[in-house]
Design a protein around this ligand. Structure first.
Ligand code: 13P
Length: 341
């Protein structure tokens, strides 16, 4: 298959009007933090058991079309020696992989960050592809302060995302482009809107300069929200601000926008997605999820690292996936949170 056909097929398998993406690609330090909260040690075996239970959740493919895996998971097998990417595939869930190598300070721009991992990316992608990955993810992170992100920070981060996306498309992997403006801080929703708009402008300008095919990528942005130290915003307010910023920055050729949850509570992230979809009018893109915490939190709580809780954890994941699928269609109501499955 030519790489364009390959990219087109992956988009067709991942993008529809009712499913979303599960982010299960926590790096080693992050999964350690998540497991610590339930008193589980992040050994390789525990990481494998947990991720294998997520992917084997019966019926998950009804609501989830893609899963972002951590590099390690691509090579892991379940108790029956079935590779985990195969377990996803069997449910019609496309496996993908996080390919960035984490972040650090950006020299010359105090307070801004930059993500590592471009060196040798072509070779790594070849390996990931052999292991079953059909798309990739790269995250750039933008803290908001009075001075950040700086113009240099916005430009340097956009350049990284564009270079990564170009390498992916050449290799026949759909790039998920993730510029995350963080919720940390006490800024208001207006400041987040201003920053997100500047960030997305820079990202799409760079993607264009690097010749990215917009039709064959997925954007994974933050919703426009007030900082954690500020008051909570109503879903309507979040939806209005988010749609305004996206309409001013994202080309109509991009097939799907899949939001990250970024530290929102699961119910909050679902309600905000629902409001966005109720208000979207004739927006040209699919508006869906690529949630990590907001999908997994209840499952982790139910699991507690105990094999006997495996089914309970799967039910918790399936429930959040189903509610987000409804929100994806603007058909969610918070009262559904109290209904039995
Ligand atoms: P959250 O939804 O927990 O923000 O995770 C999404 C993700 O993949 C971050 O890179």
């Amino acid at each position: 298959m030519s790489s364009t056909n390959e990219l087109q097929q992956t988009i067709a398998d991942m993008v529809d009007d009712h499913r979303g993406i599960l982010a299960a690609d926590e790096s080693l330090p992050t999964i350690e933090k998540r497991f610590e909260a339930i008193n589980v040690t992040a050994t390789e075996a525990n990481r494998c058991a947990y991720r294998s239970l997520l992917l084997a959740t019966p019926g998950l493919g009804e609501y989830i079309s893609g899963v972002i895996l951590f590099e390690e998971t691509l090579g892991q097998t379940d108790e029956n020696q079935i590779p985990l990417p195969k377990t996803a595939k069997a449910q019609k869930i496309v496996p993908g992989v996080k390919v960035d190598k984490g972040k650090g300070p950006l020299a010359g721009a105090p307070g801004d960050l930059i993500t590592y991992g471009l060196d040798g990316l072509e070779n790594r992608l070849e390996e990931y592809k052999k292991q079953g990955a059909r798309f990739a993810k790269w995250r750039e992170v933008y803290p908001i302060t009075q001075h950040n992100p700086t113009p240099l920070g916005r430009q340097a981060n956009a350049e990284m995302l564009a270079r990564y996306a170009a390498v992916c498309q050449e290799a026949g992997l759909v790039p998920i482009v993730e510029p995350e403006v963080l919720m940390d801080g006490d800024h208001d929703i207006g400041r987040c809107a201003t920053v997100t708009e500047l960030v997305l402008h820079a990202v799409f300008h760079a993607l264009h300069r690097h010749g990215i095919s917009f039709e064959h990528m997925i954007l994974k942005p933050n919703m426009v929200l007030p900082g954690k130290g500020c008051r909570l915003a109503e879903p309507r307010e979040v939806a209005e601000a988010t749609l305004r910023v996206l309409s001013r920055t994202v080309p109509a050729a991009v097939p799907s926008i899949n939001f990250l949850s970024g530290g929102q509570e699961p119910e909050e992230a679902t309600a905000n997605l629902n409001a966005i979809n109720q208000m979207k009018g004739n927006a040209p893109w699919q508006l869906s999820i690529s949630y990590g915490r907001a999908l997994q939190q209840p499952a982790l709580q139910a699991w507690q690292g105990k094999p006997e809780n495996r089914e309970k954890a799967q039910q918790a994941l399936l429930r959040r996936a189903r509610l987000n699928s409804l929100a994806r269609q603007g058909k969610y109501d918070p009262s559904m949170e109290n209904e039995d499955d």
